[in-house]
Design a protein around this ligand. Structure first.
Ligand SMILES: [Zn+2]
Length: 417
């Protein structure tokens, strides 16, 4: 067991420690996806890091083999706010309802969210009358506290866990959404969770699901924030190594397809639902390196097709801009070498902190999306393609008249939405 995976190249599996990682697909060297550059920074060197999507055939975990210092990947001024993404807010409300019903929560119960960002998950639970506590390293913690969601600011570890128990007691539910795949001190985190959780409490975690990633060729979910890409078999092993059992799981639509898992202290048998889900994972090849490499190959084909499509449009005299500049799209842009020679600019919603900056690595200027409605480029590349239809309809309503290009899983021009 590695308590904390060191920064730099990793030559062993993050869960089972076996030294047999195989590369499914290499994305070359890529910058940190949130590192948007100022005009001044374009005159300076830009740091990139190896980005290799790997697989451990011993426990079945898909993972990266390079870890960047967490303080660089999630700096205190990390710009992402959960509360600004409608889809996540909807997901959190539904998770709050599910938890309340499934575990018959009462107003005496404490719910702790680790990596709680601006408190968007805890808010609906607090509104239901429960006691809540967030733990969050970035300045999003201040936003949460300002909104009355009690939040400790810090990188979660055993020390914070002990402090939290001393001050607030043990938790009936601990959640960790979209952070459980991000941290390099996985075993330390689980130790902290064990400290804070009631003996009959439940740990709930949501992460992007490897099954959806592979089937949908979602190569843009692979970047340095995501150290691991979960499926059920390695999760079962992880929990059993740390004194927990995985008791249930379900798939949810969040972030292009996610998996929500429930774990409990002690030994419990896996139910039929888990067995059925594992069968489905095996059927699509999540535990077969040859099949995984085939998915990797299809990602490379998608990259070439997208490049060809954009070059072809441009050669016919068309102008191309991008809609949105989500952090995750920077893997897609970097991997496909879609830069400021192909895309004139990327339009972000008014008020976005990215406006006036340039995309990391590919240096596409980020502007207010209103420019798209005045400038009317011939094509708009939909970088938040996982929100596809909804986003295209909105852009049409707001006045964009051109055609859309969906980059994945099959790069294509969309004229009629
Ligand atoms: Zn392993």
């Amino acid at each position: 067991m590695i308590k904390k995976i060191p920064v730099g190249h990793v030559d062993q599996c993050q869960i089972c420690s076996e030294k047999n990682l195989e590369t499914i697909l290499s994305f070359g060297h890529q910058p940190i996806v949130q590192n948007y550059l100022t005009a001044e920074q374009l005159n300076q060197p830009e740091i990139t890091y190896p980005l290799n999507f790997c697989y451990c055939s011993n426990c079945g975990l898909a993972q990266l083999d390079y870890i960047i210092d967490q303080k660089l990947v999630f700096p205190l001024n990390y710009p992402y706010r959960t509360g600004l993404t409608n889809m996540l807010i909807k997901n959190f409300r539904s998770l709050a309802d599910t938890l309340e019903k499934k575990y018959l929560l009462t107003t005496d119960d404490l719910i702790i969210d680790i990596g709680s960002n601006d408190g968007s998950l805890l808010k609906p639970l607090k509104d239901k009358g429960m006691k809540v506590l967030g733990i969050e390293p970035t300045n999003a913690a201040e936003d949460a506290n300002n909104q009355g969601i009690r939040t400790i600011q810090g990188y979660f570890n055993e020390k914070i866990a002990n402090q939290a128990v001393k001050k607030y007691g043990k938790a009936k539910i601990i959640t960790m959404t979209n952070a459980f795949a991000h941290i390099n001190n996985l075993f330390e985190i689980l130790k902290g969770i064990e400290i804070m959780l009631d003996d009959d409490g439940i740990f709930v975690s949501e992460s992007q699901y490897l099954l959806d990633m592979m089937q949908g060729l979602e190569l843009d979910t692979i970047y340095h924030e995501h150290l691991r890409f979960y499926s059920l078999k390695p999760l079962i092993r992880l929990f059993s190594l740390t004194g927990f059992s995985l008791i249930d799981a379900e798939t949810i639509p969040a972030a292009g397809g996610s998996i929500r898992v429930y774990a409990k202290k002690g030994q419990h048998l896996a139910g039929n639902n888990l067995k059925k889900m594992i069968k489905a994972e095996e059927a699509i090849g999540l535990y077969d390196i040859k099949k995984l490499k085939k998915y990797g190959h299809r990602m490379i084909e998608a990259k070439k097709e997208l490049m060809a499509l954009l070059i072809n449009c441009q050669r016919q005299g068309a102008r191309i801009a991008a809609i949105g500049s989500p952090a995750r799209s920077n893997t897609l842009l970097g991997f496909t070498h879609i830069d400021n020679h192909l895309i004139d600019y990327a339009g972000e919603k008014s008020g976005s902190p990215k406006i006036g900056l340039f995309t990391p690595g590919t240096h596409i200027p980020v502007v207010d999306e209103k420019k798209l409605f005045v400038d009317q480029p011939d094509y708009a590349l939909v970088l938040s393609w996982h929100l596809g239809k909804e986003l295209m309809q909105l852009m049409r309503k707001l006045g964009f008249k051109g055609k859309f290009i969906m980059p994945l899983p099959q790069p294509r021009v969309v004229e009629e939405i």
